[in-house]
Design a binder for this molecule. Structure first.
Ligand code: NAD
Length: 325
């Protein structure tokens, strides 16, 4: 695979990608890299948690179009399609707890509709799955072979099980119809275009540090996460898209930190130390989370390059801007 510059995946030049959920945080970065690589992009998004402003920089480009559309409905796209990429789903706990039925519907019906479109067009289908398929893992770090520890009937089950269903459906299309499919298991990703109020730790910590209020930490803050800067994540996603790997691949940064360490790192980067305030731990909140990225390294030649400190520094201007600092 040839790549000349940021976003410059030359193998994508002239290809047509349909990106479901492309006006969200991660999807909008994927659309940007696709367009900068010379691809034509049709973004379908009902804007439930996304925003057209995430794609504002692409609006004048004739290679990009955004259609306000609910992907749980039948999708028709005229002309050839090379890739159907499904990023549509509420993704932060605040969002999927607010829209539990929609989360299940978009993971199930949205994925099914996307698979149907890919089959009709002879396109590659790409599923954005999640580390949440591992639930509250009893194995750390998590390799792709680990089957997970998910509570199907807890409040988070709507997201975790929707993604597990989506993976099963994707592989069913691969096995029954011979559809060319990819599945990425994305570990916590952060960066510019996250909503300041989406409830995830990075936005919540930046908001509090910038506003000078104590950073909200769940439980005693000893639970861990491994955070990947968005540019690293998108690079891994596009490498996987252009590979011929059907089995799920973890893409994430294995630099594991406790929530207390993350809160301290954000305060250092912001240069303001209002301290920490402890809140009750959400139900079924995972205790540890860290990707085993051996397969991504072996198969895709991919490894996260941007350290947590560097990524937080690159993210700071975004939160300063959206919060008016
Ligand atoms: P996001 O909420 O910013 O983006 C999701 C997008 O999907 C939004 O633009 C939303 O409007 C759209 N959408 C939801 N339902 C839709 C529907 N029915 N029809 C059309 N569009 C719909 O979240 P994100 O963080 O960018 O996550 C994108 C994808 O990546 C999700 O599938 C998520 O599960 C996955 N993922 C993200 C992370 C992460 O750390 N950001 C981690 C693991 C997996």
């Amino acid at each position: 695979m040839r790549r000349s510059a940021l976003g410059g995946f030359q193998d994508l030049e002239g290809k047509h990608a349909v990106v479901m959920g492309g006006a969200g945080f991660l999807g909008s970065h994927v659309c940007t890299w696709l367009v900068y690589s010379g691809a034509q992009v049709t973004c379908l998004d009902n804007l439930i948690t996304g925003n057209a402003s995430n794609a504002a920089h692409l609006m004048g480009d004739k290679r990009f179009r955004l259609i306000d559309y609910d992907v749980t409905d039948y999708m028709h796209i005229s002309g050839d399609v090379d890739y159907v990429m499904n990023f549509a789903s509420p993704a932060s706990p605040v969002d999927y707890l607010k829209w539990p039925i929609h989360t299940l519907k978009v993971g199930a019906f949205g994925t099914h509709k996307g698979l149907g479109l890919a089959l009709d067009k002879g396109a590659v289908f790409f599923l954005a799955s999640t580390s949440e398929v591992y639930g509250d893992p009893q194995v750390n770090p998590q390799p792709e072979t680990y089957w997970g520890n998910v509570n199907p009937i807890g409040p988070r089950g709507v997201y975790d099980e929707a993604k597990r269903f989506a993976e099963a459906m994707t592989l069913a299309y691969n096995r029954e119809h011979g559809l060319d499919t990819r599945i990425v298991r994305i570990f916590n990703t952060y960066g510019p275009r996250m909503r300041a109020d989406d409830g995830r730790a990075v936005p919540a910590f930046f908001k509090a540090a910038l506003e000078g209020t104590p950073l909200p930490v769940h439980g005693d803050g000893s639970q861990t996460r491994s955070l990947c800067y968005v540019d690293d994540e998108v690079e891994g996603i596009l490498r996987l898209l252009l590979s011929d790997e059907t089995d799920p691949v973890n893409i994430g940064n294995p630099e594991e930190v406790t929530m207390i360490e993350l809160a301290e790192a954000v305060q250092d980067v912001v240069g303001n130390h209002p301290g920490i305030e402890f809140h009750p731990r959400p139900t079924d909140d995972p205790t540890v989370r860290r990707p085993d990225t051996t397969r991504a390294e072996d198969i895709l030649g991919w490894k996260a390059q941007i350290s947590l400190r560097q990524g937080l520094e690159r993210t700071l201007p975004w939160f300063k801007d959206v919060l008016g600092h």
